[in-house]
Ligand binder design. Sequence first.
Ligand SMILES: [Zn+2]
Length: 255
Amino acid sequence: MKFQHFILLGLQTLVAFSALGGSAYSLVWLERQQSDLPMPNELFWDETAPLVVVDAGHGGHDGGAVANGVIEKNLSLDIARGVKRELEAAGLRVIMTRSGDSFLSLDERAALAGKHQASAFVSVHLNTEGEGSEAEGIETYFAESRPLSARQRVVEGADSDHNLVDSADFAEAVQRTVCTVAHAGNRGTKARDYAVVARASCPAVLVECGFLTNLNEAARLKKADYRDLLAEGIARGVVLFLQTRSVPAKLMAGS
Ligand SMILES: [Zn+2]
């Protein structure tokens, strides 16, 4: 991950607050928020690194949401490409459900997680509300129902709730890092059985990266720099989640 970005972000925050006449207290608070994020360990993985499926929402004839001059499928692809770039820089292996403007069904997307024995699945979308809505910020969804693979593990006598618990933790990690890195409004994590995450065979989340219907947020989303921050924030959440999960296994292997 790019530590320079964080230094740059700190400077930008300082400049922005000076310009706004922000109080010293606010600055301390913001700095504390940044430093609360643990730094991912860049040398954590070897060639057996976990594989992550990154899903750019919509595509092809399915444009997704359209508002304020932006089409969801284009932004989701751009952010997803950024997530792939950041995850690979952190040493993870990555498969994208689509790398261009093509259409895949939700089942086809989710199936890639099983096919490649992925450790995590992250789907990137943009949000909408009714015309003139003020809704703004980021929210991350995880599935409440168990995917088929988890049900199969019940039969095999393994830990049946593992997948559900993991997806909730995964959503928390991603939501926290993406909101902090992008300085975006935090609308929290939510349980909802969206097909693409409910049917994935591994911990899976769907990130709604902001509201196209909100004029201010749409303007930010149109900027490549902001989309890069979203990608970096999502990737940091994925890395931290996978590193936390890997620690017990690594310790066991080393003992
Ligand atoms: Zn969408």
